[in-house]
Each structure stands twice: as structure tokens, then as C-alpha cells.
Design a protein around this ligand. Structure first.
Ligand code: MG
Length: 262
């Protein structure tokens, strides 16, 4: 083999090796630096810019392959977190948190999914910051997308409406006024764990708030928590969807899910 051919062959080998290395190494999460930059619930972390999503519409259509989790009639698909019957109120096509009755969760379990859920915070608004229309949507009962009245209301950015609680504020504040129906469309990829319990791939979320992109494939650090960013612990592939009782009368309607694990 002459020197030129040898050099070309070597280049192919090197380029191939570099290509393999690029494939093998996941790209860094674009928002990972924010976790170093801002302490959890840092009051100085900037609130994202406000975007007016336009007026609320009627309930979104339900796709033919969706599982309906709440159709406005009853809580048959839900239980109290400790297994007793769910005690939230149901009327006029929505359910409403009843203070002190506790969080509720679906009777069915889910892993990776596309979740649609519509919600409204109390009107007239009462309270401030975290004490203003607080609830939450918990994927796998442990990864919270915050529900809060964040319309012209300040709180710590990683705890505002549509935040992945304690980790990532939404890219923009697409909140509607208290009492107006809002929607989350959440694409959730469940974390995967090896047989030894180590994380093989972390949880990821893409979220639209009132139709506006607020999380673009964000990579979660672990379960969400108050004043903590705990690490992952291996858990089941499928778990219930949870809704939080934070002692505020928050309403939910038109909840459906598409299973992405098949
Ligand atoms: Mg909450």
C-alpha cells in the first residue's frame, strides 16, 4: 500500500472512530448549566417573558387512540393517593380540589405518554406566590409540572405555572387569567433503569402551555421536590398520574392520555 492510500485509509478509520464517539455520547442538555447557575427556588432567577396565548377555547378534541382519564362526569378513573375513593368535587363538567381531602391519582398506570389536561385557578384570585391557585400534575406520581396562578403574579421561577418544579422554569409565561381554562400538553419520556438500578436514560419532558412551547425535551435531574433535587431511584415502568391537593380550589377538565410505551 503506498503512502497516499495508507493515509486515506487512516483518515477513514479516524473519522469513523470520531463518528462512533459522537454517536455514543449524548449531547449535553442545553439547560444543564442553569442547574449550576441557580439554586433551587432562587428568588433572583429571572421570570421568563410573558406571551399572551390568546383566549381560551372549548375543550380540546380527544384523539381516537387516547385513554380518557376524566370526561367531566365522575371520578371513576381516580382514587385517593392512599387507595380510598377520591373525594374531589365534580360538577358542570369539571373536577375541583377539595381542601384537605388529599391528592388523587389515576387507577391506571402509565410510563412514557402524551398527556392533555385542562385546568383553571380560582377567581377571584386569592393569595400570592405559591399560595395562589397551587396544584400540580405528577407524571409517574413523582415528576411535577406545576399548576399555579402565574398571571401577573410573582413567585420563584422554578415554581411558577408550567415549571418542572424546582428544576426548570418554562421558557415563557403563557398563563391566562385566573378562572380561564388553560391546557398542558405534556410529552413525557419515563426514565429507564438498568438491572443494577443505575439510570440508563433520565426522564425527559416537552410541554406546551396553552399551545405554546415551554419545555423543549428538558432532561430531569430526578424526582421533583420542595427545596431539594433528589437523585433518581429505580422505580416501576408504569405508575399513576397524580394531581395535587395544595388546599386551593383548582379545577380540571378534559384529561386524556396517549400511551407511548407500545
Ligand atoms: Mg404544586
Amino acid at each position: 500500500m503506498n503512502a497516499r492510500i495508507c493515509s486515506i485509509a487512516l483518515s477513514v478509520v479516524i473519522i469513523g472512530a470520531v463518528g462512533a464517539a459522537v454517536v455514543a455520547q449524548a449531547p449535553p442538555h442545553p439547560r444543564a448549566a442553569e442547574l449550576q447557575q441557580w439554586a433551587i427556588h432562587d428568588e433572583t432567577r429571572p421570570m421568563p417573558p410573558v406571551v399572551n396565548p390568546g383566549p381560551a377555547g372549548p375543550p380540546a378534541p380527544v384523539p381516537s387512540d387516547a385513554v380518557v382519564l376524566f370526561d367531566g362526569n365522575d371520578l371513576s378513573g381516580w382514587t385517593h393517593a392512599k387507595g380510598q375513593p377520591a373525594k374531589w368535587a365534580v360538577r358542570d363538567g369539571y373536577m375541583e380540589t377539595v381542601k384537605g381531602t388529599g391528592g388523587i391519582q389515576t387507577t391506571k398506570t402509565f410510563g412514557s405518554c402524551q398527556l392533555h389536561i385542562e385546568w383553571a385557578t380560582p377567581v377571584p384570585a386569592v393569595g400570592a406566590s405559591q399560595n395562589r391557585g397551587n396544584s400540580g400534575v405528577f407524571l409517574m406520581n413523582m415528576y411535577e409540572v406545576q399548576v399555579l396562578d402565574s398571571y401577573e403574579s410573582k413567585t420563584y421561577a422554578d415554581g411558577m405555572a408550567a415549571a418542572i418544579y424546582g428544576q426548570f422554569p418554562p421558557l415563557v409565561n403563557a398563563s391566562r387569567k385566573p378562572g380561564e381554562w388553560q391546557a398542558y400538553d405534556i410529552v413525557f419520556h419515563a426514565p429507564r433503569f438498568g438491572a443494577d438500578g443505575a439510570v440508563q436514560s433520565p426522564a425527559r419532558m416537552t410541554i406546551f402551555h396553552n399551545g405554546i412551547l415551554v419545555h423543549d425535551n428538558d432532561v430531569l435531574t430526578g424526582p421533583t421536590a420542595h427545596k431539594a433535587r433528589p437523585p433518581y431511584k429505580a422505580h416501576a415502568d408504569r405508575m399513576p398520574i397524580g394531581l395535587q391537593d395544595h388546599a386551593h380550589p383548582v379545577r380540571f377538565r378534559n384529561i386524556w392520555i396517549r400511551d407511548l410505551t407500545k
